[in-house]
Design a protein around this ligand. Structure first.
Ligand code: 26Q
Length: 849
């Protein structure tokens, strides 16, 4: 192993991790030999025992698997905290420029395996637990996912935190310490049921609470118009209510490096005066009971992945977390006496993850003007130099807007500032397009139709020096369709930063078999430099390697089959084609197009029982927003149709349909390594990027997809011969819509399509229950089929036929799968983060010895 590492110039701890994951070798000796963390198995064992007794007050004889897990986390944390202190010491001593990532969501998943790999202590911990008589795999299953996000945007934030630390960038992530993360999903009679996710119920051993950095946040109240003794307007925000924000810090360890950054999550707490002043009419006990109001702010993550307009608590959450974070940034900046406002924007870069934290633009302006008495121009220059904004959606209905009356009640002073920003913006628009009121209406931060509302995207665009989309196609559409006026007004402000995923979690950790196979051929450098996977192309032509690659896939599929049997009670064959669609449930993602194809196959099989098709397992996993009835209806349809198909002996098990409940990061880690086919079938122009597409392809699944989001760039990398592309392009979608799209045309013209839609609309799959899928059925015809499933149906079926044909030639399939893995280098989040650092943040790495 040592020689492999040397030969490839990789970092030693990487090698230790891979070998240990594969289950052989002595991790500690390895790590020591490679110059990484020097913790012997005996020392690790002693640490675990010490934490078990002194921290958990447990006798080894009565300790549960969870106790062992907590004790091992604490033992590992000893190392991580030392590195954290060293990292922060270096950053502070050198007064480095930092990036602050502001996101309402972080989908971290489990931290244990990731941190063991990062520190090179996986083998050591495994051996230490074995020496203590514990089953490592059982112990690690005790960890509950940290599910503080909805989907792609939240997981992107988690991948970015990993890359920032791994690449030694000084960075801090700010977010909310939700007591309840994304709901737990269960199925009852095919219906989605939501249950609370109380992930902190028994405490979280990764976090450190920092009461000394508690921040006060003011809300509500009114603005008093005051003039100072020189006649200057000095507005004063009074009669506010105050809540406290208490930071909970989670360490983020870089992989194979000394850097440990922080994820700082704010929990809200009531102050004494918050409620005693406002609610004391009911007496002492009532007042204390009412304190709970201040604590609800960080109670729960909104389970929507598009805007739910007008929810006061959501606005309060956004402001609460932004206000805490900006104050914390300021406190840290002021700690160093060399710092002042003059160099603030030289030391601080803030990235806004979508518009959710966009209120930060007006909050920094408020601080500078009201609290620091700065003039407008200087305050505005500092503000716009500080912020940059990432856009994740083009869907107009998903753009954030806040009604002015609500905004004024919660944040009256901020509304004034937004009006002032807007007035100056309107002057700029007037200069550029004199007399053009239409342009003013489009650019305005205030939308006026009926009532007034604040457009958060416009605020984020004007308040930032850079705005980026998340894939090339998405950025082009952002400029062409969503913000053409701003693009004209601020040339060069809009840029592309194609998303990426961390190869540590999405290959090294989740797919140890494939990781070991790759490391055996290429050495271990790929986990920090994913472009090295190109070296696999050489082996795509090697029959023995292709067989090994498929053996790995087969073993991963067998593992997943066990999970499916346990979770769904369905028996599936690892020799079938595993056709996977895993993502949030949305009409635009078109899980129901997949379903229409399943119905078509099922019908063909019933009509021609000897039809020769490749046996397939259709795998779904997805959560629907609790208030999104149509999405829930699609889940129900997949569940009930699946039950019927799975139970139908006539089709000889050629089709299985499985909906795995409670999709989350740790479940994705089991599904992705076992996938043969990756479904990325959104209506062209709707999916900003997608990141699951990258994870699946990296693990050797072939993509069936539309030319949407990052699929376009995946095709560029793997080549058109190694991907299955079908359907309307963005331009064709636009043209068809402009010409008056009518789904009935397709319905009448295509006999099979008509048959499956009618079948879906019948009670065949819901005996005794009339109209179970009426909502879904109605959306496709009477509802006008807004996502154009009918237009793409035939092309999709044809493309699936090509998939079927390709899968029969296992060897050719293996070659394509290997090439997919080999060419995913571009989609490492390390590449994405380097681009942000160079083009947007102007940030340099700071190695930590
Ligand atoms: C906003 C206001 C109120 C309540 C909820 C929200 C909200 C929450 C989450 C709105 C949107 C989201 C999440 C969006 C999201 O995950 N978008 C995805 O981002 C990925 C990373 O860039 C892309 O790959 C996906 O294409 C995009 O859909």
């Amino acid at each position: 192993m040592r020689s492999t590492a040397k030969k490839n110039g990789g970092k030693g701890s990487v090698a230790a991790g891979v070998v240990a994951l594969a289950g052989n070798g002595n991790g500690a000796r390895q790590a020591e030999a490679d110059g990484a963390e020097v913790v012997s198995v005996d020392a690790m064992r002693a640490r675990i025992e010490r934490h078990l007794v002194s921290t958990l007050a447990r006798h080894a004889g009565s300790a549960t698997a969870r106790d062992w897990w907590v004790a091992t986390v604490l033992a590992l944390r000893d190392t991580i905290h030392e590195r954290l202190i060293r990292t922060q010491g270096v950053h502070n001593a050198r007064n480095v420029r930092r990036v602050y990532y502001m996101s309402l969501e972080y989908l971290m998943g489990r931290m244990f395996g990731n941190n063991l790999l990062a520190t090179g202590l996986l083998g050591t911990a495994r051996d230490a637990l074995a020496a203590l008589g514990q089953d490592f795999d059982l112990v690690r299953e005790s960890e509950v996912d940290m599910g503080l996000g909805n989907g792609g945007l939240g997981r992107l934030a988690a991948c970015f935190m990993d890359s920032l630390a791994t690449l030694d960038y000084p960075a801090l992530g700010y977010g909310i310490y939700y007591e309840f993360g994304l709901f737990r999903q269960a199925f009852r009679n095919g219906h989605q049921e939501e249950h609370p996710d109380s992930w902190t119920l028994f405490g979280d051993p990764w976090e450190v609470v920092r009461p000394e950095y508690t921040q006060q946040v003011r809300l509500y109240g009114r603005v008093e118009n005051v003039f100072d003794d020189r006649g200057n307007y000095r507005p004063s925000w009074v009669d506010t209510r105050t809540v406290l924000g208490v930071p909970h810090d989670i360490p983020i360890a870089g992989y194979g490096t000394g850097t440990v950054n922080l994820l700082r999550l704010w929990a809200s707490k009531a102050t004494e005066d918050f409620d005693l002043a406002a609610f004391n009419s009911g007496g002492y006990v009532e007042a204390v009971r009412e304190k709970a109001v201040g604590e609800t702010i960080s109670k729960v993550l909104y389970p929507n992945d598009k805007t739910e307009n007008g929810k006061e608590l959501r606005l309060v959450q956004q402001y609460f977390f932004v206000a805490c974070s900006l104050r914390d940034i300021l406190r840290r900046h002021r700690r160093n006496s060399a710092n002042s406002w003059d160099n603030f924007a030289d030391k601080v870069a803030v990235q806004l993850n979508d518009t959710h934290p966009a209120i930060a633009v007006s909050e920094l302006m408020r601080i500078l003007i009201d609290e620091e008495s700065m003039d407008w121009e200087r305050a505005w220059a500092i503000t716009t130099r500080t912020f940059a904004y990432t856009n994740h959606t083009l869907l107009p209905e998903a753009l954030e807007k806040w009604g002015v009356p609500l905004f004024e009640r919660v944040l009256p002073r901020h509304l004034q500032i937004i009006y002032e920003i807007n007035e100056r913006l309107m002057q700029v628009v007037e200069l550029r397009w004199p007399g053009d009121n239409a342009k003013k209406r489009i650019c305005s931060l205030i939308e006026e139709n009926g009532g007034k509302s604040v457009r958060m995207a416009n605020l984020a665009v004007v308040g930032s020096h850079a705005v980026n989309g998340v894939a090339e196609l998405h950025t082009a559409l952002l400029k062409r369709t969503l913000f053409p006026e701003f693009d004209a007004l601020y040339p060069g402000k809009f840029r592309n930063k194609t998303n990426g995923i961390t190869p540590r979690r999405w290959l090294l950790k989740c797919n140890p078999r494939l990781a070991s196979l790759i490391t055996a051929r290429l050495g271990d450098g790929w986990a920090r430099d994913l472009d090295q996977l190109r070296g696999l192309e050489r082996f795509a032509g090697d029959r023995a390697f292709r067989e090994e690659f498929m053996t790995v896939k087969r073993a991963n599929k067998a593992d997943l089959a066990t999970v499916i049997a346990a979770e769904c009670g369905v028996k599936v064959s690892p020799d079938a084609l595993f056709d996977v669609q895993i993502k949030r449930l949305h009409e635009y993602k078109r899980q129901h197009l997949n379903l229409l194809h399943i119905l078509a196959l099922y019908r063909r099989l019933l009509q021609h029982p000897d039809l020769d098709i490749v046996p397939r397992v259709f795998l779904f996993a997805a959560k629907a927003a609790p208030g999104y009835d149509l999405a829930k209806n699609i889940i129900r349809a997949i569940n009930l149709i699946g039950q019927r198909i799975n139970a139908d002996a006539r089709i000889n098990g050629k089709l299985k349909v499985v909906f795995l409940p409670n999709y989350r990061v740790s479940l994705a880690e089991r599904i992705i390594p076992a996938a043969d086919l990756s479904e990325q079938i959104s209506t062209a122009g709707k999916e900003a990027s997608g990141t699951g597409n990258m994870k699946l392809s990296l693990n050797g699944a072939l993509t069936i997809g539309t030319l949407d989001g990052a699929n376009v760039e995946i095709q560029e990398e793997v080549g058109p011969e190694n991907i299955f592309i079908f359907g309307l392009t963005v331009d064709e979608v636009e043209a068809l819509r402009a010409g008056g799209y009518n789904p009935w045309d397709y319905y009448h013209r295509d006999e099979e399509l008509r048959a499956v839609i009618d079948w879906l609309g019948s009670d065949f799959f819901s005996p005794g229950e009339h109209g179970a899928f009426a909502a879904l059925h109605g959306s496709l015809l009477r509802g006008g089929d807004p996502y154009m499933l009918l237009a793409d149906f035939r092309a999709y079926c044809e493309c699936q036929r090509r998939v079927d044909a390709a899968y029969r030639d296992r060897d050719a399939w293996a070659r394509m799968a290997i090439i997919n893995t080999a060419r995913m280098g571009k989609f490492s989040s390390d590449r994405t983060i380097r681009e942000y650092a160079q083009d947007i943040w102007r940030l340099d790495p700071v190695p930590v010895p």
